[in-house]
Design a protein around this ligand. Structure first.
Ligand SMILES: Nc1ncnc2c1ncn2[C@@H]1O[C@H](COP(=O)(O)OP(=O)(O)OP(=O)(O)O)[C@@H](O)[C@H]1O
Ligand SMILES: [Mg+2]
Length: 295
């Protein structure tokens, strides 16, 4: 490991490899960050308020021996963040049929588990993660008050393990990318979020084309077993998901209003309705989900 001669993240300058400037590829656009490109064996991303916090976390993961995240290499001459490019495939906006593989699903759960093990003990020092907006306690949150407010938590984790943010090789998850939403949370929050994206847990009316016949309960069980949720966590999942949907609805609305850009685009495209339908679906199927997870 090259940790001894690594300058602090804020002083790290990327020195280009010979010839890489002629090997440039625009990477598939996500919802929010624009202009992500591959240059040679690196990824270049616009520098963002959370970039240095993420960079320090990626250093910690490297030192912890975790091989499932990019390395932060510094900033290039244009000021962009430079990370190692992880070879493999990521899902497109509508996840392709290969994303349905149950072996892949289990490997995602194991990779998230390994991330959590590697993250244990990490405390941001020089560069804390930017505060998430504190959300007003009204509206949807009120309706969900029978459950507790989202736990703050102290385990730094990814928090956006979507099919588009997982690098896959030979039907197995080998990398997590796009740590833009990383920050302190809990293992259950991050693992639930990953399972929610990968099962996926959503109203059948919102199924991706080609995913209509996929059984989310079966897939949730596969994730639970591979990650290692205990019985108590399994029983909490529906309530936890309902609460998470409430928080997510408020956060998306806040981001759309305050940050605009891709957030406003997602909001205009109806992501709020999708989240509410997910919440109602979780509520209506709570018993079925717990039965699938237990026994
Ligand atoms: N380090 C990497 N290794 C391999 N592929 C990458 C890497 N970084 C990005 N990609 C590819 O580029 C795509 C977009 O990159 P990334 O997820 O970092 O940004 P984004 O999705 O545009 O950001 P956001 O989700 O914030 O809108 C990924 O889905 C993946 O296909
Ligand atoms: Mg992404």
């Amino acid at each position: 490991m090259s940790t001894r001669h690594r300058p602090p993240v804020e002083a790290r300058v990327y020195v280009p490899a010979p010839g890489e400037a002629s090997d440039v590829e625009l990477l598939p656009a996500g919802d929010v960050t624009e202009g992500v490109v591959r240059v040679g064996r690196t990824t270049r991303r616009p520098h963002q308020p959370q970039s240095l916090a993420v960079a320090e976390y990626l250093d910690w993961l490297e030192d912890a021996g975790f091989d499932g995240s990019p390395r932060y290499l510094g900033r290039d001459a244009q000021g962009r963040d430079v990370l190692t490019f992880m070879a493999g495939q990521c899902a497109g906006p509508v996840p392709e049929p290969w994303v349905q593989s149950e072996d892949l699903l289990a490997s995602v759960a194991r990779l998230v588990r390994r991330l959590h093990a590697a993250s244990a003990g990490y405390e941001p020092r020089a560069h804390p993660f930017p505060e998430r907006p504190s959300l007003p306690g009204h509206g949807l949150q009120d309706q969900a008050r029978r459950t507790r407010p989202p736990e703050a938590g102290t385990l730094v984790c990814h928090l956006d393990v979507t099919p588009q943010n997982v690098v896959v090789r030979d039907d197995a998850a080998v990398g997590l990318i796009d740590f833009d939403l990383a920050g302190p949370a809990t293992a259950l929050r991050d693992s639930y979020n990953a399972a929610m994206h990968w099962a996926p847990l959503r109203d059948p009316a919102d199924a991706w084309p080609g995913w209509e016949d996929v059984d989310p309960c079966r897939r949730l069980r596969i994730f639970a077993d591979a990650y290692g949720w205990d019985e108590e966590e399994r029983c909490r999942i529906p309530g936890f998901g309902i609460e998470a949907a409430g928080a997510s609805y408020e956060r998306m609305r806040h981001n759309a209003e305050v940050l605009g850009g891709g957030w406003a685009r997602m909001w205009a495209d109806g992501v709020g309705g999708l989240i509410l339908r997910r919440r109602d679906w979780l509520d209506a199927n709570a018993g079925r989900l717990v039965r699938a997870l237990s026994g």
